[in-house]
Design a protein around this ligand. Structure first.
Ligand SMILES: *[C@@H]1O[C@H](CO)[C@@H](O)[C@H](O)[C@H]1NC(C)=O
Ligand SMILES: *[C@@H]1O[C@H](CO)[C@@H](O)[C@H](O)[C@H]1NC(C)=O
Ligand SMILES: *[C@@H]1O[C@H](CO)[C@@H](O)[C@H](O)[C@H]1NC(C)=O
Ligand SMILES: *[C@@H]1O[C@H](CO)[C@@H](O)[C@H](O)[C@H]1NC(C)=O
Ligand SMILES: *[C@@H]1O[C@H](CO)[C@@H](O)[C@H](O)[C@H]1NC(C)=O
Ligand SMILES: *[C@@H]1O[C@H](CO)[C@@H](O)[C@H](O)[C@H]1NC(C)=O
Ligand SMILES: *[C@@H]1O[C@H](CO)[C@@H](O)[C@H](O)[C@H]1NC(C)=O
Ligand SMILES: *[C@@H]1O[C@H](CO)[C@@H](O)[C@H](O)[C@H]1NC(C)=O
Ligand SMILES: *[C@@H]1O[C@H](CO)[C@@H](O)[C@H](O)[C@H]1NC(C)=O
Length: 850
């Protein structure tokens, strides 16, 4: 009861205070009236019973009688200001009511003739700005920007002789700029931008403001000529963008000019040279005018320039301007300037560059290396550029705000982009829908591998003991050396899978040819500081001794070794002759080295030694798929690769002990199929131009330490396989797409890889070799025709490897056979794309905890 009473009394007293505490007709009264009527939202900031001179935002004269300064910015004031409030503050000098929702000024407002600073910006005041403004003869700063004022700017402005800052921008002022404005001779800064001003500038505009530093007339419809600005000696910032000015822009440049935005006008003429009046320029935008002639030659004199936009003019076809000394340049826009030739190499020296736009020209050649530290936007679309997108740029793209490489002839390979990005920003580069570039497709499945790894660990230990030999059987097509000198490496023709190392691999001759082995560098991409040389390769492979031979692949023999730093590698000596120069070969190998995908065997380095090109790959611990499927001994396995703890702790999967352990599960086979499909989808759809593997087969699919499948030898066919097309025609047995048998043989396409993948998929499901296996008694056939005829008869289940039959859904396995059936269609056009195959395989993915 008592509490209630006191609460009521307090509220009542506050209310009474607010109404009655200020003497009528004092400044305190007018201000409190003002706040009360304007719906002050932050009332708690004001204690109206306290002396008004102590109120927030109020400053009084020395006698505390009159308000001199009233600041009420962003106080939530709204509606029209009533009469007999602030209009009666007879000594007011400074009024800031910005950032409110005020809709109209009171009629007694214009009697505030002592005002020096008036800020009404960011409100909703409409109507015309009356000639009464002429009463404000002492005004120094007038900001009514961002309101809804309309009508003409009053002629009476001419009384504002002390005005230094005028901001009328972002309103609806109409008609032409009044002559009266020329009376404001003290103006330092004028902003009339974003109105609907039209007509021409009043005569004498240029010489009327001797102190003018900043002029902004942007976004109006003002007509004018270059000479209108002839006498603006002191101007340092000029923005007349989006108007209708004509003439030559050169006469606008004055020695003090630092910022010049003349964009979107009708400036014409040649400005092929810069003169000393331009030397202060920091910001120059001449875009979207009608300039002709050459792009300025001695641009490099503008040493302070940070922002240069010359886009969309009518220059004669010219060379890229010289920019080498513009070390401060941050923004360079030469879009649609009719440029031809190459992008200047000097662009690499612009270390502050954040935006580069050279789109819509006729530029050819490569994109130079760019300093990417600050780069946030790059647009080179619609040119004739070739070669690679520099890796530093490619790697930065995911963090950039804007990039566009469309409509060029550029090469790139990256899995970092979404399909949408690829379509939008690389349009005209890729010719197919790049779903495979979707990063979610590249995520590793961590789930299945744990149990498999364990199972394999057991298997491997068993095998290691059993076999006791560190061998790796090679399989694949053999060929005689072609155009390359006979001294290289020679192979015996005959097929021999009977035992390891049955091929004559004579390295002695070419190795001897490499003089000063310790002066020939080996490039290891990720470890540039390790100075490895050819002699290290020699000692790692015991002089390319047969005992370190891992395989005799299509592209040459592969050796195993440890490089200094403990890098375990497979060293591939590329036997095919090539017309590429050493430099070109090195560049191609560098390019291949940058292609990274979890299902590709990474190229870690290379060496150009004498006539030999040597590719160095990460060593794949678990051999290749062919060995695994056909139960052949593989890879060198050290027992300490598999910790005892790991497999003792887990019991899940141990029942799979035996040679067949991990291999003999549907889950594993599916994982290998999906990983391999992802690798191919990446090469086909994540690279531009698409990369065709040309030699997909079980022995090209390796298994890394996590038993993830990794495709090897990608890109080599293109780089080193001169005459390889003939090889394809000869084909790896059992992997030959029917189109290669046609007399009018087409070049390899992604669809020929799809065929070969189909064969690998059949191998994974049936466990049988592509040729020369027992196809349930059917003679003279190969895997493809055998499986296809079973699928056609709906007897696919007969083809399933009995070892995996019980380890997963038979329905899914049959489904997988159908995918293989699609992939091995006779007509390439009937085969799915690799990205579709990825999708199909994902649909039948075994569940994680199955
Ligand atoms: C308001 O000011 C008066 C006079 O200075 C003071 O007595 C009173 O406590 C103040 N009220 C509040 C809520 O601050
Ligand atoms: C007016 O107020 C706005 C918003 O508070 C501010 O940004 C602007 O600088 C002020 N104008 C002048 C001329 O001081
Ligand atoms: C010039 O004004 C336009 C329109 O307001 C604006 O977009 C542009 O950024 C301004 N230029 C400079 C250099 O500030
Ligand atoms: C710009 O180059 C031209 C010749 O290309 C030269 O005549 C002119 O003097 C140069 N301008 C300056 C300011 O050096
Ligand atoms: C580009 O330059 C060529 C050669 O000087 C000229 O014929 C052509 O009209 C120019 N293109 C444009 C769009 O101005
Ligand atoms: C380059 O300038 C043109 C014309 O003003 C503009 O359309 C384009 O967006 C600018 N490019 C960038 C990247 O800012
Ligand atoms: C690109 O280069 C080719 C061959 O050099 C030429 O025929 C073509 O006109 C060029 N395209 C453009 C847009 O300059
Ligand atoms: C693209 O470049 C390749 C070689 O780099 C060339 O064969 C091909 O003709 C080029 N395409 C176009 C349209 O210029
Ligand atoms: C890239 O440029 C092309 C050609 O001008 C255009 O069609 C496409 O929309 C642009 N993409 C982006 C992301 O700006």
């Amino acid at each position: 009861m008592g509490l209630c009473f006191w609460g009521y009394a307090l509220i009542l007293s506050l209310f009474l205070n607010q109404i009655s505490c200020q003497e009528p007709n004092t400044d305190g009264f007018f201000v409190s009236e003002f706040f009360k009527h304007m719906g002050l939202s932050s009332a708690q900031a004001y204690n109206f019973s306290a002396p008004f001179c102590s109120w927030q935002g109020l400053f009084c004269d020395s006698k505390n009688e009159h308000v001199i300064v009233l600041i009420a910015s962003g106080m939530g004031l709204s509606g029209p200001i009533p009469d007999t409030t602030i209009g009666k503050l007879s000594k007011l000098q400074s009024l800031d009511l910005s950032n409110n929702k005020i809709s109209a000024l009171p009629s007694d407002f214009w009697s505030l003739n002592t005002l020096k600073n008036l800020n009404l910006s960011f409100n909703q005041i409409s109507g015309s700005f009356t000639s009464n403004v002429g009463n404000f003869g002492q005004l120094e700063s007038l900001d009514i920007s961002h309101n809804d004022f309309s009508g003409q700017i009053p002629e009476a402005m001419d009384s504002l002789v002390s005005l230094r800052v005028l901001k009328l921008d972002h309103n609806g002022f109409q008609l032409s700029i009044p002559r009266g404005l020329l009376g404001c001779q003290s103006l330092v800064s004028i902003d009339l931008s974003s109105n609907q001003l039209e007509g021409s500038l009043p005569d004498g505009f240029g010489s009327a403001f001797p102190k003018l530093k900043t002029l902004n007339l942007a976004r109006n419809k003002i007509h004018g000529r270059d000479i209108d600005f002839a006498d603006m000696k002191s101007i340092s910032s000029l923005n007349i963008s989006e108007n209708q000015f004509e003439g030559s822009p050169t006469s606008l440049f004055k020695e003090a000019l630092e910022v010049a935005d003349l964009s979107k006008n009708r400036f014409q003429g040649h400005i092929s040279q810069v003169d000393s009046n331009w030397f202060s320029l920091i910001y120059l935008d001449l875009s979207e005018n009608e300039l002709t002639g050459d792009i300025f030659k001695n641009l490099t004199l503008l040493k302070k320039l940070k922002h240069l936009n010359l886009a969309w003019n009518r220059f004669n076809r010219g060379m890229f301007p010289r920019i080498e000394k513009l070390t401060s340049l941050e923004y360079l826009n030469l879009s649609n300037t009719n440029l031809s030739g190459h992008i200047s190499r000097e662009i690499s020296d612009l270390s502050d560059l954040s935006m580069l736009d050279v789109s819509g020209n006729h530029l050819s050649g490569h994109i130079p290396v760019l300093s990417t530290k600050n780069l946030v936007a790059i647009d080179v679309s619609r040119n004739n550029l070739t070669g690679e997108i520099p890796m530093t740029v490619l790697e930065k793209l995911p963090w950039m705000e804007r990039f566009n490489f469309s409509f060029n002839n550029l090469t790139f390979c990256s899995g970092k982009f979404s399909p949408e990005t690829l379509v939008r920003s690389f349009f005209g580069s890729t010719n197919s829908c790049p779903i495979a570039a979707n990063p979610t497709l590249f995520k590793r499945k961590g789930s299945a591998t744990g149990a498999l790894k364990l199972a394999l660990a057991v298997t491997l230990s068993a095998m290691f003991l059993l076999v006791g030999a560190l061998v790796f059987v090679a399989f694949g097509r053999r060929r005689k050396p072609k155009s390359c000198e006979a001294k290289d490496v020679s192979f015996k023709e005959e097929q021999s899978i009977s035992g390891p190392f049955s091929f004559q691999t004579d390295s002695t001759t070419w190795v001897a040819d490499v003089k000063q082995a310790n002066a020939v560098p080996v490039v290891i991409f990720e470890k540039p500081l390790l100075s490895i040389t050819f002699s290290d390769l020699l000692s790692a492979t015991s002089n390319f001794d047969r005992d370190t031979l891992l395989a005799d692949g299509k592209f040459g023999p592969v050796y195993r070794g440890f490089l200094p730093g403990g890098i375990h590698v497979a060293v591939k000596v590329l036997v095919h002759g090539s017309t590429l120069s050493d430099q070109e070969a090195a560049r191609e190998l560098e390019f291949l080295g940058r292609i990274k995908h979890p299902n590709l065997v990474p190229l870690t380095g290379y060496c150009i030694a004498g006539d030999q090109r040597i590719a160095i790959y990460e060593y794949m611990e678990n051999g290749n798929l062919q060995n695994l499927l056909q139960d052949l001994p593989f890879g060198v396995q050290r027992t300490d690769d598999w910790s005892l703890d790991t497999w003792e702790e887990e019991d899940n999967g141990i029942q799979n002990i035996g040679h067949e352990g991990p291999v003999a599960t549907w889950r594993f086979r599916h994982m290998v199929a999906l990983g391999t499909a992802r690798a191919l989808a990446f090469l086909h759809h994540g690279c531009s131009p698409p990369m065709i593997h040309r030699d997909v087969k079980a022995s090209s699919v390796y298994l890394d330490q996590n038993l993830e499948p990794r495709l090897s030898d990608f890109g080599l066919a293109k780089v080193f396989g001169n005459g390889l097309d003939e090889d394809i025609t000869n084909g790896s047995p059992g992997y030959l797409p029917p189109e290669f048998l046609q007399p009018e043989q087409d070049l390899p396409t992604p669809k020929s890889d799809v065929f070969c993948f189909g064969v690998v998929l059949f191998e994974l499901i049936t466990g049988k070799k592509p040729v020369e296996d027992d196809y349930l008694g059917e003679k003279d056939t190969d895997l493809v025709s055998w499986v296809r005829s079973l699928v056609r008869k709906s007897q696919g289940s007969k083809a399933i490897d009995p070892k995996i039959q019980e380890t997963g859904s038979e329905e899914h396995m049959e489904e997988a056979l159908k995918i293989g059936y699609l992939c091995t269609a006779d007509l390439p056009s009937k085969r799915p794309s690799m990205q579709q195959v990825v999708g199909l395989l994902k649909d039948i993915e075994p569940k994680t905890n199955q």
